[in-house]
Design a protein around this ligand. Sequence first.
Ligand code: BG6
Length: 466
Amino acid sequence: MEEKPQLEPSILTIFGITGDLAKRKILPSLYYLCKDNLLPDGTKVIGISRRELDVDEIINTVRSCIVEEGNVCEPEVINRLKSWITTFKLDLTNDDDYAKLSDYLDELEEKAGVCLDRIFYLAIPPQVYSEIIKFLGKHKLNDSCRHGNAKTKLMIEKPFGFDVTSAEQLISDTEKVFSESQIYRVDHYLAKETAQNIIRFRQHNPLFTNNWNGKHIKHIHVISKEKIGIENRVSFYEQVGAMRDLIQNHLMQLMSLAALNVPDGLTPKEVHTAKFDFLSTLIVPSSIKDITKQAIRGQYIGYKEEVKNPHSKTETFASLILHSSDPRWEGCSFQLTTGKALDEKLTAILIYFGQENSNVLSFRIYPDEGIDIELVIERPGFSHELDRIKMNFSYDQHPSDTVRPNTSYERVLVDAIRGDKLLFASKDEVIASWRILEPVLKYWQQESDDLIMYPTGSKGPDTSYL
Ligand code: BG6
């Protein structure tokens, strides 16, 4: 039986406790971590909100999320979780409130009789990150508690910026207060089981290791299709769109795991450098001709009414083809596709081997998380026709003597608490990714004729001509 990670109690201060992310992902993950005894007693969760908030309100949210997912919400677990949570009223722009927060944290630690690691989780719109970070610095909340030297960490959610300039600005604002080692840029796709498997799979299966290049692999497609629309996130989505919401971060990250030169060691630093090195080889499509040949975008019918903006050009679908200047990848194209309100939810990394795509290796993230490979065989019988068959591995079939988090956000939280930065994004990766996409985003901002409208529940725009 694999051992559970041994975690020390810490104080998790969540900005935006009543927001969508906290409701849908962070709070249910805390419930499961509590249920699986992955978080120790003594853990403290502080829910920050602009208004007076009762802990019961938070607990009711957790309860309904768990039930909505079709699971039973266990009263004992809920009570234990509840005993960890307190709330704190804070106006994000009020200097005094941060001073009070600082006192409050000290008080909690004095009561506990120890200095605890402090984690500030910004689960709020990115436009306010810089301001909050400035206040945290001003009140020395970037430092450990007054009486000892426990660690302090900052967790931030994507999108990290809006383009190269704003991402650089955010990085510089953050660096004035927190060192890079304290910053955890969350990309929950990296924490998905299959994503974690890609490098190891490539490293330990010589059948693939030696063929992992453009001579054998002709196409790599990272795809994240969703059935859901924008789910009331109107103002967020109107500003962001599909490219910034998923391609710039999640899909670029998955692509770099699939294509990086596997480093000798797998330390966070080595992996981050290898991802950055690959991203830096991607050729930025700069001319209008290249952009229109390599990128398409679409919007589902009904979106404009939903966001009450008849002129909205925001893309809810995007697909982009890129090439690498690394000689290793000569002959291979890289495609990133995402879309909302489509016919199915599908998240996968598809690796196409051979001119005829004879073998397709799929790292499936959703549905049925696992890995499969399509092979060409001769069809049984008298004819000599060829056939394609699939060999399949599902994580659900794995003999389970392992401790597995239920969701990627549980993994994100555990890794941030134990200080493992492997599954987070580095600042260099973030900037490299913006650099590649910026010309396309700029072109899209000026143009509108290229926006393809597609019906909800369909396959989305045709990408075959890319
Ligand atoms: C988020 C995006 O990062 O990922 C959402 O902001 C998207 O728009 C979500 O729906 C998808 O995550 P998952 O884990 O459900 O594939």
